[in-house]
Design a protein around this ligand. Structure first.
Ligand code: ADP
Length: 365
């Protein structure tokens, strides 16, 4: 880990931080990382995924927009416009794409940009589409330039331009494609090239889920897993799930194991909170990395501004993960602000970690 220079005045009141700050090393299980784990790639995971609009909890605006688009497309007997979904991982982009296909009565093919490295990968996929099908490309900001160029006419004119041969004897052939809907998903909408972004008729953002929505998701999943859970047990899990359904479902499974061994399988509020403490998930859903980021900002930089590289060095995470995974949630709960000069910890973050916020320090001196 890089050494971070300290700017803090040793006489600052914050040196007397309370011992509520947890500096335990992170657990090896990625409990609070929103990316898919191996367990979540198993086919049984499909049983907890919502399959119709009615089961998809939250994202009211998104559902309204898509519901209208689907009804209009079905009414005109047309395919749905190409759709770009963006937002942090685990919020339901893949799930929404599968639901769209189900509501339109078509198939959905799922792939991701890193699997489409060679031009023939995307050509093969496009050729296998049937009229109306949905093609879901995850991490679409990572498409190679060649694949992206094949996609332009394929999205706009439903045409596949293939070059045969090399050099001066090369010829381009155009093949018609059936009308289909491309659903692109990305965590970094700003990283998409503008020609690609402009080819999407609909661009929609997914938001972190509210506490009551996540509670409903936990209750729904518990029912599907045939697990007994009280309302306050579901609320406790929801509170610690970082606004993310994937994390809520994952925490529920871990708490279920704990409840089975300690409480005859029943999840109530106290079992949920004891189990999640054991797994180092704090009451706001912060893990070691979040706490480390905020503590470094507060203890060594008087709350900031602090550069992204410094945050990465302090936590051992790469800058992209900090930007795409950790910061959005810390900003959402009001613990961190991004300013042109760097990241700044808020008074709420000071309080959560047991420090005295800067505006209250003067009265202590
Ligand atoms: P993303 O593609 O954004 O990374 P997914 O669509 O794979 O996220 O969703 C992760 C998991 O969270 C899914 O398996 C699903 O069970 C659950 N999930 C996502 N969105 C919802 C929702 N709105 N209601 C209920 N469960 C959801």
């Amino acid at each position: 880990m890089a050494i971070i220079s300290s700017k803090q005045d040793p006489n600052q009141p914050n040196k007397q931080r309370s011992d509520t700050v947890k500096r335990d090393r992170p657990l090896s299980q990625p409990l609070l990382k929103p990316e898919v784990t191996a367990e979540e790639k198993e086919p049984q995971e499909d049983s907890i995924r919502p399959h119709r609009f009615a089961d998809y909890i939250g994202q009211k605006e998104l559902k309204e927009v898509l519901n209208i688009a689907i009804k209009a497309a079905l009414g005109r007997n047309e395919t749905l416009d190409h759709l770009l979904l963006y937002g942090p991982p685990g919020l339901g982009k893949t799930t929404m794409s599968l639901i769209l296909a189900a509501e339109m009565g078509v198939d959905c093919k799922i792939t991701s940009a890193p699997a489409l490295e060679r031009p023939r990968d995307i050509v093969g996929l496009l050729n296998s589409l049937k009229p109306g099908d949905v093609l879901f490309i995850d991490e679409i900001h990572r498409l190679s330039r060649m694949t992206e160029e094949i996609l332009y006419p394929a999205m706009e004119d439903f045409r596949l331009d293939i070059t045969i041969g090399k050099g001066s004897s090369a010829k381009t052939r155009s093949l018609p494609l059936p009308k289909y809907t491309l659903v692109g998903a990305t965590t970094r909408v700003g990283a998409l090239s503008s020609p690609l972004r402009d080819r999407f008729g609909l661009i929609q953002r997914l938001r972190f889920y509210a506490h009551d929505e996540l509670t409903l998701i936990v209750l729904r999943t518990a029912q599907l897993l045939q697990t007994s859970i009280t309302n306050d047990g579901a609320e406790e899990i929801a509170r610690r799930s970082r606004g993310t359904p994937r994390i809520a479902n994952r925490l529920l499974k871990r708490v279920r194991d704990y409840a089975q061994v300690k409480n005859a399988g029943i999840i109530d509020q106290s079992i949920a909170s004891v189990a999640l403490e054991l797994f180092q998930v704090d009451p706001c859903g912060l893990d070691w990395t979040d706490r480390q980021m905020l503590s470094v900002m507060i203890e060594q930089f008087n709350g900031g501004p602090v550069g992204l590289e410094t945050m990465a060095a302090a936590t051992g995470e790469d800058t992209q993960t900090i930007e795409e995974v950790y910061e959005p949630y810390l900003m959402q709960i009001g613990y961190l602000n991004r300013t042109p000069r760097g990241r700044v910890a808020s008074a709420a973050a000071y309080k959560h970690l047991g420090f005295t916020p800067p505006n209250q320090q003067l009265s202590l001196l």
